[in-house]
Design a binder for this molecule. Structure first.
Ligand code: HEC
Length: 736
């Protein structure tokens, strides 16, 4: 978040106990075997040809260039396709082959899979669809029926980033923490396992990966004070194989997990305070998105997220690196054993996740062929690590950054002491912002050009320790000031509020560590990237344009307006020798929830039309007309103010503590949750209470907030929203 949007920077024992703990694990994470028939709807015959092959196919994905078997296509996660039919010469003939309208109006972030002529997509609320990839005929769909109340646990919309395929099965992680195996042919559930403690703020939005017969799944929730981990389940039975916690639990208490030894040896001493308790934040370090795997080295790489709470003052007594937050960790995929780690942002206080996709490549560096891991995480530095040993080879800022000034002899960042807002108690204006210079939108790497294509965001965030911080039961807890009126209006803060965020597609040469080209994209955020051996780079914009660039020089060769914002990454695949490009479109995600005007389109808040689109050369299908405008009704005249200034101020504080994450900074919606200034509920105090206190709309993702606020505060929020509505309508502010 930045500017008004960012002004709020949201704003953010003993090994002998084994038998008992195994029982506990068995009880908590019981595998539920599902009888076929439940929950899935099948239409028409499935056309799977060889889905029954052993799962090892992903390790040899280059032998079947027509398929896209895992979220990054191969275990190297380069989001590159070896297909060449569509190339720089003929891409101008690309046209729509088919489209399919999805059934929600929430954010779409999924990278599809394409296996033997079937396209698998996932969509908001963790739903799964299977299509005949050439014709677009829906073969089956699966709705895990995620309870609406789960939405309040998701920092950034009820999104899902994709499924996994292995040995005739499709795996999906659900927002409420389940891992479900489906029959790839029929969509019928085979097994389902709960992977989280449902009493806590865990969610799953990332795609599972499958390695050597183990399904790997992490989770999110650092803004809700959870403790991060990744778990491996047997792909055929759902049995728990191992779990690796990324941050230590309560000192002296073992988890009987694969991480016990390394946390005790290395991590625990890097923490202080009472991070493990609900008053300490839980630690964070969630593995919410990226993983890669090197079959030769047999190493699994996990990207570890930010700390909980963001503010280290409330997490770790202002001290410590807090391992393994904001790190890349290498594990043995069959046991979860720790092998190496590199921490990118020691003691992270800025939501600098290291969860952005990690690309494995073999590069000649200083005359030596090295097996490397490449990552451009939120903190703005392009890292190259030796992936066998974890050795740091280079770290080069690819955007303007101010939290560090270089690396010391141990390859540790030299931190800017002013960035430690937890200790200083002063405002810190950080760049990159907490949204990062590159977030979950996958970057891609093209073997022919040797370039990495990064969806970059250029933004700032305002961080100020909240002296009155107390965690609330529902919604985000980060420990910084989120109410803009509580910020000192210094020239720096004013400049940060006015800062115009931008985004662009950056072609980066990892060898020369320089920019090859860049293409400007509209507004604050753009979409994930695909590159192909046809010399192309595909990326969508939030204005809805899917664009094909020349991978060498960035020349814009083709574009198509998809009718709704694009955040997700396209893929490419072939059926019967014909090449296709597919993607899921639909506005949503963090910027739709709290982005405010910086995330708006030309005519105001963006609307969502969620669709799956597939393109091919000479495709002639027409994009369906957008559905009827579903913009919330606007009250003709905002109601009269019923409260005094001190009540309005109380409402403003409460609003910015919890509501802004979905309804937008200062009540200005960016198209995610409704713009409350235009809500018909404003005129009716008891209707307002039934929704905001009692959860009348809980099934649609709007819980009741009685646990967070008194009825007085809930009424005060209405007064504040009415005030904002009146100001928008040009009325004078309330003065007494
Ligand atoms: C996790 C996201 C989230 C949070 C946090 C949240 N809301 Fe909502 N809210 C929603 C969504 C989504 C809807 C639309 C529900 C629907 O489609 O029926 C909604 C709807 C509403 C409505 C009904 C609007 C209308 O005209 O239909 C009101 C009023 C409302 N929210 C107030 C609040 C207040 C006040 C807070 C803070 C105390 C809050 N919300 C926090 C997501 C959220």
């Amino acid at each position: 978040m930045t500017s008004p949007g960012n002004a709020c920077t949201l704003l953010a024992r003993k090994a002998r106990q084994l038998p008992r703990d195994i029982l506990l694990i068995a009880a908590t994470f019981a595998v539920v075997l599902i009888t076929p028939g439940a929950d899935a709807a099948t239409h028409g015959p499935a056309s799977l040809k060889s889905a029954g092959n052993a799962g090892q196919r992903i390790a040899h994905a280059d032998a079947e260039p027509q398929n896209w078997l895992s979220t990054g296509r191969t275990y190297s996660e380069a989001h590159d396709s070896p297909l060449t039919t569509i190339d720089t010469q003929n891409v101008s003939r690309l046209g729509l082959a088919w489209s399919f309208d999805l059934d929600t109006h929430r954010g779409q972030e999924s990278t599809p899979l394409a296996v033997d002529g079937v396209l698998y997509t996932t969509s908001a609320w963790s739903k799964v669809q299977a299509f005949d990839a050439a014709s677009g005929t829906l073969l089956w769909h699966f709705d895990p029926k995620v309870p609406g109340a789960t939405a309040v646990k998701a920092c950034c919309d009820v999104v899902n980033r994709g499924a996994a395929f292995w040995d005739g099965k499709i795996y999906i992680g659900t927002l409420d923490g389940r891992l479900i195996a489906l029959n790839a042919k029929t969509g019928k559930p085979l097994w389902s396992v709960n992977t989280v403690d449902r009493t806590k703020g865990y969610t799953i939005t990332g795609a599972p990966r499958v390695v050597r017969g183990n399904v790997l799944i992490g989770n999110g929730g650092a803004e809700q004070g959870v403790r991060g981990y990744i778990t491996a389940y047997d792909a055929s039975t759902g049995r728990l194989k191992w779990r690796f916690y990324t941050v230590p639990g309560e000192p002296g208490k073992m988890d009987n997990a694969a991480s016990d030894k390394i946390l005790a040896q290395l991590a625990e001493r890097t923490w202080d305070g009472n991070w493990w308790s609900s008053s300490g934040g839980g630690g964070g370090g969630t593995v919410w998105d990226s993983m890669s795997y090197d079959p030769e080295l047999d190493l699994l790489y996990i990207g570890v997220g930010n700390s909980a709470y963001w503010n280290r003052k409330y997490r770790s007594a202002n001290r410590g690196d807090n391992l393994f937050v904001a790190s890349i960790v290498a594990l043995r995929p069959s046991t979860g054993e720790y092998v190496w780690h590199y921490q990118q942002t020691p003691g992270d206080q800025w939501d600098f996740t290291s969860t952005q996709n990690m690309i494995l490549a073999d590069l000649t560096i200083d005359g030596r062929l090295r097996k490397v891991l490449l990552q451009a995480p939120k903190n703005g530095i392009f890292y190259i690590l030796d992936r066998a040993t974890g050795e740091f080879l280079s770290g080069t800022p690819f955007v303007k950054i101010n939290w560090m000034s270089g690396f010391d002899s141990q390859h540790r960042p030299i931190m800017n002491p002013k960035s430690d807002y937890g200790s200083t108690g002063e405002v810190w204006i950080g760049t990159p912002s907490q949204s990062g210079s590159h977030s979950w939108q996958p970057m891609a790497m093209n073997t022919q050009t040797g370039l990495a294509y990064i969806p970059v965001q250029d933004n700032v965030s305002i961080f100020l320790s909240d002296p009155e911080f107390k965690p609330k039961p529902l919604g985000v807890n980060v420990g910084i000031v989120t109410d803009p009126v509580k910020l000192p209006l210094t020239p720096d803060v004013l400049a940060a509020i006015k800062f115009q965020p931008t985004s662009y597609l950056l072609a980066w040469n990892p060898i020369t560590k320089t920019e090859a080209w860049r293409a400007a994209t509209p507004s604050v955020v753009n979409g994930g990237v695909l590159t192909t051996a046809g010399g192309l780079v595909f990326q969508g914009t939030i204005d809805g344009d899917l664009i094909a660039y020349d991978a060498v020089n960035g020349a814009k060769l083709w574009s198509f307006n998809c009718g709704s914002a694009i955040l997700a990454a396209p893929i490419s695949f072939a059926v019967n020798g014909r090449q296709y490009i597919s993607l899921v479109v639909g506005w949503g995600g963090i910027y739709s929830m709290l982005g405010g005007p910086p995330a708006w389109g030309k005519t105001g808040p963006r609307t969502n039309t969620s669709r799956v689109l597939t393109f091919t050369l000479d495709g002639k299908a027409a994009l369906p007309a957008p559905p009827e405008d579903s913009t919330p009704r606007r009250t003709a005249v905002p109601p009269a103010q019923f409260a005094d200034v001190s009540t309005i101020t109380m409402g403003q504080t409460a609003y910015h503590r919890t509501c802004l994450v979905c309804h937008g900074i200062a009540t200005i919606s960016a198209g995610g949750a409704p713009d409350l200034r235009h809500s018909a509920t404003l005129v009716d105090g008891s209707l307002w209470r039934s929704i905001v206190a009692d959860g009348a709309l809980v099934n649609n993702g709007m819980v009741g907030f009685r646990e967070n606020f008194s009825l007085r505060e809930i009424d005060a929020i209405r007064a504040y929203v009415i005030e904002q509505a009146r100001l928008e309508a040009g009325e004078s502010p309330t003065v007494h």
